[in-house]
Design a protein around this ligand. Structure first.
Ligand code: CTP
Ligand code: CA
Length: 229
């Protein structure tokens, strides 16, 4: 049980955690989404509550039970997630962007259901890039507060290893910590456990061996607590 034997080192702190995956609607019945279950974000919220924090959980399309004791804000689209994060982060000591926002959304949403054409020609859906919420949160903060952590789902490829891509991403995003998931195998989505590396802007690299998502959550808060003023 994550509640036992944990320091209350987040007492008096307000933390904001996002969880789940956003949806972008093509028409009233269809959307573009992703495989994020919200499990890791929920585990982060639970762990922060156990450590005494006041927690805002911004949940995007999560179908799991949410922790009692957290202030929950439910969102659907990336635009809603962005607005909720902007509001909640004003008073935050730490922010963890565990949600998976859709990178792209349809340029426009059809008012009515898109119908099949008699000639069998499939529609072409034009996409536009969503704003990067994490980058915005980093840009709009004052000095080093709040501490901001992002997640990165990466696969190794011809251009570099998982950690090569993650280092570049950490630099691009400008956040303090980046929690790196290797999604090259079926080892992450919807599973109760995870294995991550916590990269820090100061150059440190902390591997967290495979463990329940609750344990991973505490390892992430350990890294954050060290950096909270
Ligand atoms: N993120 C965000 N807003 C977006 C996209 C991502 O805040 N529009 C955040 C995620 O919540 C995560 C971090 O950025 O904390 C990294 O997300 P990831 O999908 O790995 O990075 P991207 O910048 O979207 O790059 P790509 O998917 O191309 O690897
Ligand atoms: Ca992405």
């Amino acid at each position: 049980q994550v509640l036992q034997g944990r320091p209350r080192d987040l007492a008096g702190r307000h933390v904001v955690v996002s969880a789940g995956g956003t949806r972008e609607f093509l028409d009233p019945v269809r959307f573009l989404g992703n495989r994020s279950s919200g499990r890791q974000g929920i585990a982060l919220a639970e762990a922060a509550l156990a450590r005494g924090a006041s927690v805002t959980l911004v949940a995007a399309n999560v179908s799991l039970d949410l922790p009692a004791g957290a202030e929950v804000v439910r969102v659907v689209t990336t635009a809603e997630l962005r607005e909720a994060m902007r509001k909640a982060s004003a008073s935050a000591d730490a922010i963890v962007m565990a949600a998976a926002p859709a990178d792209f959304r349809p340029v426009s949403m059809a008012d009515a259901k898109i119908k099949k054409q008699a000639d069998g020609v499939a529609p072409t859906i034009e996409l536009t890039e969503n704003p990067d919420i994490l980058v915005e949160l980093v840009r709009t903060r004052t000095s080093r507060s709040p501490v901001i952590a992002g997640f990165a789902a990466e696969t190794g490829d011809a251009n570099g290893t998982v950690l090569d891509h993650a280092r570049a991403k950490l630099a691009r995003k400008g956040c303090d910590l980046l929690v790196v998931n290797d999604v090259g195998s079926e080892q992450v989505f919807g599973r109760p456990d995870n294995e991550v590396t916590i990269l820090s802007a100061d150059g440190s690299e902390h591997p967290v061996p495979r463990a329940a998502k609750g344990e991973i959550a505490h390892a992430i808060w350990d890294a954050i607590v060290q950096r909270v003023e």
